[in-house]
Design a protein around this ligand. Structure first.
Ligand code: PRX
Length: 645
């Protein structure tokens, strides 16, 4: 397909055309401190900062707005009460479309205060960690904002994660209090969250309290002295709780994400810089306007939900939709039903959802009034031009701006993205850097690739306010992961092309991280789980192109010597079950192929390049096999793949 250029829809945004984009970008380059000083005025500071930025990437220690005091929950709630008390802050769209709830800023403020008092009553103090294992219910927002109100650090764990994953995260951050729900409801199905949580908490000595949201009426066994119904605890508290004066660099939250090695790492974000950047990008990139209805369809268990369902929109006094269900429930027109019923103006989702909905056919859009839409966003993975075009034509009716926003858990906010009303857009390209962001490409020797029409590894040359400050409990790993590969630069882990016009095209991860349906998964984690399944000797996991998920998971599995050939089907099944149990359904391999051995170098390193090519059926492009310890292994794998896949 030929890729057209779509001119900016001028007047739809806050930045008017490329000239203003360039002028603003250059101003931020010329004097970053003056630029961010101006932007940070959008927040309410209890006490002014004395320095805009300290430190750089040479020693990986960066502070923003030092000396400043603020409270993130005050910025998201209290300061709106004068002018927006009755305005809807959150529209909660429950699993059942009939169960909508509008929560005003005033109500949200009261609930957050009550929740903050509950946490205080359970001994939570400034700097303590609170683990949140909740589905998309209003109490999730209450708890996050209550944590920042009293200076506690939240760690939200996606409600699709297994008991083991939850336990690892609780232990790693040392949470003493967990907030969960008796059950979750998603797509008409029930998630036994309290049961999973109970398994995760078995024998945890340091755990004080489990606060339980009653989402359903199901009978729920409660552990005497440890478990408490949240609605009862909240009823007992008054709706007033002063906001702590936090330092700009005080931790705000931990969010775990997968890397190329080891266990998931707890990415730490801090207060002042994060909120400045999340709110500024939310307003600027989407061209947000005061009375817009804003719908980000992500789950708050991921960074997109943190920055662009909760913190960015609420800091801007927006009406943000929190959606408990799936795009397919009860039918594949649920998003369009929401857009129509609530009059959504800005809609933000992942390419995988767009592809899945496009595959269901255009009839699900017919008759829907989507005329309120002005801006459509995507995030999480590269969007293929076909899906982009469908989104533009069928959902946006050709009227809407599309912003393909590239960023990461670690970046806290959007980094390379079109800005509504400014950039001409090419489907599939995240276009240009946001203000204050300096992307550079380097080759494998770490040499900077200047000029256009180049491809390399994507790095960022200068600090920005919402960058992660450390990995919880492991600063060494932080320095090693992000700043040691290309000294002086932040390394993103992504490959990227800068085209002849200077637009950026993300080509995907260059490390052992997979991006499956926009979810980030480490191959090492999945392999560790597979290797623990019965009869498995070893395994290797690679990604392969998948029509809906973007990337699917392909597992090559070697059985123990005493396994019978009749065990193959049993092992394939048990491998999938094992991964679901250990990590989550989202990490379950799409394909499991039993092979006699793995292609390894003489030093024992698995050559994934070869396995990727085989998974893609590109048998002729396996490249040089002479460095393999046993080149015959490849022939056997190709045969097995040919026969079975
Ligand atoms: O590979 C990039 C891809 O998602 C990775 C970050 O994943 P995570 O930390 O889970 O955050 C996702 C939501 C911000 C990146 O390293 N990615 C994210 N957005 C895009 C993307 N790839 C291409 N285009 C995007 N717009």
């Amino acid at each position: 397909m030929t890729i057209d250029i779509f001119p900016a829809k001028e007047g739809q945004g806050r930045i008017h055309g490329m000239r203003e984009y360039q002028q603003t970008y250059e101003a931020a380059q010329r004097d970053p401190n003056a630029f961010w000083d101006r932007v940070a005025q959008r927040l309410t500071w209890f006490h002014p900062y004395h320095t805009v930025r300290e430190g750089d990437f040479t020693d990986g220690s960066v502070n923003w707005f030092s000396g400043g005091r603020l409270n993130v929950s005050f910025n998201c709630l209290d300061r709106h009460l004068k002018t927006r008390a009755e305005k809807t802050a959150i529209i909660w769209e429950a699993d059942n479309p009939a169960d909508t709830q509008h929560i005003s800023y005033k109500q949200l403020h009261r609930e957050v205060c009550r929740m903050a008092n509950v946490l205080l009553a359970h001994g939570v103090r400034k700097g303590d960690r609170v683990c949140i294992y909740l589905p998309m219910v209003p109490e999730l927002a209450y708890t996050m904002l209550a944590c920042c109100r009293i200076g506690a650090i939240h760690s939200v764990v996606f409600a699709g994660f297994s008991a083991d994953s939850l336990r690892d995260r609780i232990l790693d951050c040392g949470a003493r209090v967990i907030v969960t729900a008796n059950e979750g409801l998603r797509g008409g199905r029930v998630l036994p969250l309290k049961q999973i949580c109970d398994r995760a908490c078995e024998g945890l000595a340091k755990l004080d309290s489990v606060l339980v949201v009653r989402r359903t009426e199901a009978d729920t066994p409660m552990v005497e002295g440890r478990d408490h119904w949240l609605h009862e605890a909240m009823k007992a508290q008054r709706a007033y709780c002063p906001a702590e004066w936090m330092h700009a660099e005080d931790p705000l939250f931990i969010l775990y994400t997968s890397g190329s090695t080891g266990k998931p790492k707890g990415v730490l974000h801090t207060s002042g810089g994060y909120l400045t950047y999340a709110s500024y990008t939310h307003e600027t990139v989407f061209g947000y306007r005061e009375n817009d209805i804003y719908f980000c369809a992500a789950d708050i268990g991921w960074i997109t939900g943190h920055s662009y369902i909760i913190y960015g929109p609420l800091a801007n006094g927006a009406t943000t939709i929190m959606f408990e269900s799936t795009p397919m429930f009860p039918n594949p027109d649920r998003y369009w039903d929401i857009v129509e019923r609530h009059g959504v103006n800005i809609f933000y989702t992942a390419p995988t959802a767009i592809r899945a909905l496009a595959a269901k056919g255009d009839q699900w859009l017919e008759g829907r009034d989507l005329s309120s839409l002005r801006v459509l966003g995507t995030v999480g993975e590269p969007i293929n031009p076909e899906a982009w075009q469908w989104y533009y034509d069928k959902v946006g009716g050709g009227r809407c701006s599309i912003v393909d926003t590239w960023w990461q858990t670690e970046t806290g906010g959007m980094m390379i993205t079109p800005i509504v009303g400014a950039n001409p857009v090419k489907p599939g390209s995240a276009t240009l850097p946001f203000f204050g962001v300096e992307p550079i490409l380097v080759n494998e020797h770490g040499e900077r690739l200047d000029g256009n029409d180049v491809t390399g590894h994507l790095c960022i040359a200068k600090p920005w306010p919402s960058m992660a400050r450390t990995i919880w409990g492991d600063h060494e790993r932080y320095l090693h992961t992000y700043f040691s590969t290309y000294p002086g630069y932040y390394f993103t882990g992504d490959g990227c092309r800068r085209d002849e016009h200077g637009n950026y095209w993300i080509t995907g991860r260059v490390d052992d991280v997979l991006n499956v349906s926009g979810h980030r998964l480490g191959t090492a984690e999945i392999e560790a789980s597979i290797n623990s399944a019965e009869l498995v000797a070893e395994s290797a996991v690679v990604g392969f192109p998948h029509a809906i998920k973007g990337t699917g998971i392909f597992a090559y599995v070697v059985l123990q010597a005493d396994a019978e050939s009749s065990d193959h089907d049993v092992v394939s099944f048990s491998v999938r079950e094992q991964v679901t149990r250990d990590i989550s359904k989202i990490a379950r391999p799409d394909e499991v192929l039993i092979v006699s051995g793995l292609p390894k170098t003489r030093s024992g390193k698995i050559m994934r390049r070869i396995l990727r090519k085989i998974a893609e059926h590109e048998y002729e492009k396996l490249g040089n096999l002479t460095t393999l310890a046993d080149p015959n292994v490849v022939e056997h794998i190709v045969e097995a793949h040919h026969e079975n896949c």
